[in-house]
Design a protein around this ligand. Structure first.
Ligand code: SF4
Ligand code: SF4
Length: 476
């Protein structure tokens, strides 16, 4: 019988032999003999198993190893179809997170912003008439919608987003206080989080956010030079001097109150952002608990967008920072490189995505008017609207989108080992790049595959030297 190894990624090095199986998202540690068998069957037209066995010096042992690999799903009959996967989970899918865009205005004018720049997906004033701020009533209706749409989940999350979120602190306070009152009646616990540029953090706001144990993400690009390169006020003045003291106060108060970890989100643009130095500045000098780096979203031809060389440089710098992460992990210490921590979590949990993220599934965005979008980045786009918080989800529209966006419909992704983790990538990126949210983001495949490779090798090194570290990633 012609047999062939399934789509996989092999890793060998100081950590030993590992394989990542794309059809099951399993990571297996192999002994040298098993690794050799897997490699032998990794030919496009497979290998005749009987002929191969006859040629082995110890056919009995070889047969046992081969059957072990078949049992693990790593080797299969050539041409045998994968078992079909359901197009959708049972619908209506219970909501876990609702992202409230409490304002579509911002007091900064960052040159790369998808919300205000040329890459905005909506019409700029709100597709249903255009309110700049969400009113308290819509904020409360959003909470009611989340509580009644979350099925049997006993924990739900509300995330506040903008524009600059704190331009509408009234709606944040109204929604939070209302959620506190209402959630007990539903037997649910509510978690809160917020993204801010930190320019408007006052003592009162810091007190409120830390008292309610908000998970806070601050958009900041690094030290004064990095921050002021793109993150400017409308006058052109950099924002560093305004945000720095406010961030210090937030971090100190949160630490005092033993709040949840506070993260920095850095937007990586062409020709800027030294990753390792920026990480060190934000964690050691400012005191953030973790830092995530996000390549800027940009349509083709934008000067600030990362080209091929930009992605290569970013990957090299991620590799450097990953060394620090692994060294900490081997000492059993946490490290705040959020991108790698998130990837290791997904690898450890064997995540296998049919859709790239929760948008449209467990997560929806709400516009200032109460219109529901796939996520916070789509709330101003009529063509991606899937209902309103008042009337509920348009289940037909939601399902139609999700069926079309399923990774099995992305032919570019069928032979990609990173498919279980990437599933074609962010819908918003795809919409900006190709005008179609359901397309695969093939412009950054090399970057994604390179980063997954980096994650796999870090995982293997930690697994080989300090497996106990990885238990922190076990699903609760
Ligand atoms: S978009 Fe590219 S990297 Fe992502 S799964 Fe598809 S082929 Fe792989
Ligand atoms: S579509 Fe993109 S921006 Fe929206 S939740 Fe998914 S990954 Fe995030």
């Amino acid at each position: 019988m012609q047999l062939r190894s399934v789509l996989h990624r092999r890793l060998s090095g100081e950590h030993g032999e590992f394989v990542y199986l794309a059809n099951s998202a399993a990571i297996l540690r192999l002994d040298a003999a098993t690794a050799a068998v897997l490699d032998a069957f990794d030919a496009a037209d497979g290998l005749d198993s009987a002929a191969w066995l006859n040629a082995q010096p110890e056919p009995g042992r070889a047969e046992t190893t081969l059957h072990d690999l078949i049992d693990l799903g790593a080797i299969r009959p050539l041409g045998e179809a994968e078992p079909p996967r359901p197009k959708l989970p049972p619908m209506p899918f219970p909501l876990a997170t609702l992202v409230l865009n409490v304002t579509n205005k911002c007091n900064l004018s960052c040159s790369y912003c998808y919300e205000y720049g040329e890459d905005k997906v909506g019409d700029g004033v709100g597709s249903s008439g255009g309110k700049a701020r969400m009113d308290d009533q819509t904020a409360r209706q959003s909470i009611d919608f989340l509580l009644r749409s979350s099925g049997a989940r006993d924990q739900v999350s509300i995330t506040f987003f903008g524009g600059e979120t704190l331009l509408n602190f009234d709606a944040i306070r109204a929604a939070t206080e209302y959620a506190e009152q209402q959630s007990a009646g539903f037997g649910k616990r509510v978690h809160y989080s917020l993204t801010t540029n930190a320019t408007l953090l006052t003592d009162e706001i810091v007190d409120f956010l830390t008292r309610h144990r908000f998970g806070i993400t601050v958009s900041i690009d690094g030290d004064r030079d990095e921050q002021d390169r793109h993150r400017t006020f409308k006058s052109g003045k950099g924002s560093f001097d305004v945000v720095e003291p406010r961030i210090r106060h937030l971090l100190a108060t949160n630490k005092e109150r033993r709040g949840r970890s506070i993260g920095a989100r850095v937007t990586v643009t062409a020709g800027a952002t030294p990753v390792v130095d920026t990480f060190r500045y934000l964690t050691e000098e400012l005191g953030f608990d973790e830092v995530g780096f996000a390549p800027v979203t940009a349509a083709l031809g934008r000067s600030y967008g990362l080209g091929e060389q930009g992605y290569e440089r970013l990957l090299r710098e991620f590799g450097e920072l990953a060394e620090h992460y692994v060294a900490a992990a081997l000492r059993d210490e946490t490290h705040g490189f959020a991108n790698l921590g998130d990837l290791l979590r997904e690898l450890h949990q064997g995540v296998q995505k049919a859709h790239p993220c929760g948008a449209g599934l467990g997560l929806l965005g709400v516009s200032t008017e109460g219109e529901l979008g796939l996520c916070h980045r789509f709330v101003e786009s009529k063509s991606h609207a899937v209902g309103t918080v008042q009337a509920g989800v348009d289940e037909q529209k939601r399902s139609a989108f999700l069926e079309q966006a399923h990774v099995d419909n992305k032919t570019d992704c069928t032979q990609c080992f990173a498919r279980p983790l990437c599933a074609g990538g962010c819908y918003h990126e795809a919409h900006v790049r190709y005008g179609d949210a359901t397309r695969a983001n093939v412009h950054y495949c090399e970057w994604i595959r390179g980063f997954v490779d980096l994650g796999l090798s870090c995982y293997a090194r930690i697994q080989a030297a300090n497996p106990r570290f990885l238990t922190r990633f076990e699903a609760q």
